[in-house]
Design a protein around this ligand. Structure first.
Ligand code: 2HG
Ligand code: ZN
Length: 462
């Protein structure tokens, strides 16, 4: 161990530190698998005090820290490739308390999203943010990226569900933000500033989450659509008549991959687009309304086929067609775009994007899917086996630049829910103005004067 790490061990004799090659690799990367992990070591603090001591030590020795949750990120936000110390919050993974009157759950940052769901359910309530990585991602990481997922259409992003946060800032100070108050009009809301800050302003060491009532019983439908323009028409028709919990889409290309990965086909024939939707169905009237809307969409020529789940198992099988996509694509080393536009701007943007991708990726398979009801699209570009990694990334970065310009024209964002991290930092300027980015950098300096928290992420290199 080199000198600064020896000093850390001396100061915190109980701190668990890992430095085996296997550990460095495991904790130094996220799901992007693009950068070679190279942290100097991994610290696994067990208390807020240990996190504070690590941050103070890092300031003294000018060691960069990479806060680390479940590392399911898709933008490289938790990658440690330059000798940083990874600060994994995985040992701080307990539920600390439930408040029945406030309807809040206080948790440590390393708890998995799925465990938060289970803890909320024990009290007859739900924590409604949800997505496929629920079993492996941590709540601290969800907060750092303002994670979205499949229920945003009903419940909004992580941001809406944070009542209060405890955060260790870049100078080691412990900040208690918002104290779980419902009403707190006392100046800048630093709690919300921390949400989505990608570990560049502070390390979340405790979170108090809002909970809510479970939704009424629901039904899940899979729809097959004949063309792209029908997507938003079907969305408008369903939203007008039903109370939607989710409205997700994918293409035939995505379907092919997910079927090859073990999912069950639910609709026969070839259809270019599919939608999985879930809606409140507390009584027969709601189901009848759904069937009416479906009939209307078929008459209009917007929907060519559909199935409504007859059991929980079938509902899960329909959801698998959508939620299994990321995993089914992983072996193809996809380059990921995660973009958004206003819901009203989706049709125009889809056309511009389709033309761009067809022109720029003529020989490359591109898979689209996502949370179309929120204006959020995931574009996964699959690496041809014969193409070298570097050539593939160069080509994708060229197209992403063009995509960023198209997004700018349509008033969109280069990152809807995955964060900027390393992958999208060259394109931040397409979504945020120069004045905004200058202020963002200024804010960073206030919270982390020595730039030790996740340096190299979010902002383009100077
Ligand atoms: C999803 O919506 C996730 O399934 C992952 O945000 C998206 O793999 C992706 O590109
Ligand atoms: Zn998503």
């Amino acid at each position: 161990m080199n000198h600064p790490l020896e000093d850390l061990s001396r100061r915190l004799p109980g701190l668990r530190l890992l430095a085996d090659a296997g550990d460095l690799e495991h904790y130094g990367r996220d799901w992007t698998r693009r950068w070679t992990p190279a942290p100097c070591a991994v610290a696994l603090p067990a208390s807020i005090e240990e996190v504070q001591a690590i941050v103070r030590w890092a300031n003294e020795h000018e060691v960069a820290l990479v806060p680390s949750g479940g590392r399911t990120g898709l933008s490289g936000g938790a990658v440690a490739a330059h000798g940083e110390l990874v600060v994994s919050l995985e040992r701080m993974n307990r539920v600390l308390g439930f408040d029945a009157v406030d309807r809040t759950l206080t948790v440590q940052p390393g708890i998995a999203l799925e465990a938060v769901h289970a803890a909320a359910r024990e009290h007859g309530l739900i924590y409604p943010v949800d997505f496929a990585a629920r079993g492996s991602c941590s709540i601290g990481g969800n907060i750092a990226t303002n994670a979205g997922g499949i229920r945003v259409i009903r419940y909004g992003n992580t941001r809406e569900w944070i009542a209060g946060l405890k955060v260790v800032a870049g100078n080691g100070e412990l900040l208690e933000l918002n104290r779980s108050l419902v009403k707190n009009s006392s100046g800048y809301d630093f709690r919300q500033l921390m949400v989505g800050s990608e570990g560049t302003l502070g390390i979340v060491v405790e979170a108090t989450l809002k909970l809510t009532d479970p939704p009424p019983p629901s039904q899940v439908m899979l729809l097959a659509l004949p063309d792209m323009d029908a997507l938003m028409q079907v969305f408008a028709a369903f939203r007008a008549k039903l109370s939607l919990q989710a409205f997700e889409f994918f293409t035939d290309v995505a379907l092919r991959h997910v079927l090859a990965h073990g999912a069950q086909r639910a609709i026969d024939g070839d259809h270019p687009y599919y939608v999985v939707t879930e809606f409140d169905a507390q009584d027969e009237a709601a189901t009848d309304r759904a069937l009416d809307v479906f009939g209307h969409c078929v008459e209009q020529g917007w929907v060519s086929d559909g199935v409504i789940a007859q059991s929980e198992a079938q509902a899960a099988a329909l959801w698998r067609l959508r939620e299994g996509i990321t995993e089914s694509l992983a072996p193809h080393r996809p380059y990921k775009n995660d973009v958004s536009v206003r819901i009203g701007a989706v049709p125009g943007f889809l056309h511009a994007m389709q033309a761009l991708l067809a022109r720029e990726y003529p020989q490359i398979e591109v898979v689209w899917f996502g949370h179309i009801g929120d204006g959020n699209l995931h574009i996964n570009v699959l690496k041809p086996e014969a193409m070298a990694d570097a050539e593939f990334i160069t080509q994708c970065e060229h197209v992403t630049k063009l995509l960023a310009a198209t997004l700018q024209e349509h008033g969109g964002s280069i990152s809807a829910e995955h964060g900027i991290g390393l992958v999208k930092k060259p394109y931040l300027g397409s979504t945020r103005s120069a004045a905004e980015i200058a202020l963002m950098r200024g804010v960073r300096t206030v919270f982390d004067p020595n730039g030790i928290l996740n340096p190299g992420k979010l902002f383009a290199d100077d």
